[in-house]
Design a protein around this ligand. Structure first.
Ligand code: CTP
Length: 132
């Protein structure tokens, strides 16, 4: 069985997230998502609209996702890779090059992002929706 892992916040779930998960899952037999906790995001100065437990519940309902684990630190990737016997780490190419040091443990694959959508964009658009 081949195991793929990816990481992210997946707040305000959108098409770019689903396409990333679909393509990541296609590289193996099971897909693990390391989902950033609210505390980890706070340490990065980020805040998700949807709390961790609900983001986890929604990811678990997606057919491409097999297991959701909490992502609590930058350093845990190497131990996750060993613990889950991971064959490839897949990330969107906004992270290109940033996880190359993990190539000593597993394959690292960066996929093109889906154009024209992001959580930041959605938040921004909703702030400007006409209230009438
Ligand atoms: N992703 C993607 N295409 C997009 C948006 C995200 O492939 N249009 C991927 C990212 O590259 C990452 C994963 O989805 O591998 C989770 O991304 P995340 O940072 O949670 O979502 P974003 O929409 O990028 O959020 P933000 O705007 O807050 O950065």
């Amino acid at each position: 069985m081949t195991t793929i892992i990816t990481y992210g916040t997946f707040d305000l779930l959108h098409k770019g997230h689903i396409r990333l998960l679909q393509r990541a899952a296609a590289y193996g037999d099971r897909l693990i998502v390391g989902l950033s906790t609210d505390e980890f995001n706070a340490s990065k100065g980020k805040r998700a609209y949807t709390k961790f437990a609900d983001r986890k519940m929604m990811l678990e309902a997606i057919r491409y996702v097999d297991i959701v684990i909490p992502e609590e630190s930058w350093e845990q990737k190497a131990s996750d890779i060993k613990k889950f016997n991971v064959d490839a780490l897949v990330m969107g190419n906004d992270w290109a090059g940033q996880f190359d040091d993990l190539r000593k443990y597993t394959k690292v694959i960066y996929l093109p992002r889906t154009d024209g959508v992001s959580t930041t964009q959605i938040k921004n658009d909703l702030e400007h929706v006409d209230q009438e």
